[in-house]
Design a binder for this molecule. Sequence first.
Ligand code: FES
Length: 91
Amino acid sequence: MTTESPAVVRITVDDTELTVPAHRTVAAALMLEGARIGWRTTRRAGEQRGVFCGIGICYDCVATVDGRPGLRTCLVEVSDGMVVSTEARDA
Ligand code: FES
């Protein structure tokens, strides 16, 4: 018996529900289904930050995922029922 993974999952981003392809990273879902380039801003200049390196080095993409703050969204795979809160929401 094989268990097939779903083709899509539902996540909530700042109170907005999105249907996204399974196995996509949260960062990719924010950009592609959430239509966002950035979801954080720099402290001094207020410049937008989102994905910069895409490989877990720069921390520009952090967000709160399922209540865990500061996760690098470029490294976290979406899962059904996941709740993502960005800096825009946390502010
Ligand atoms: S984009 Fe650099 S850590 Fe995620």
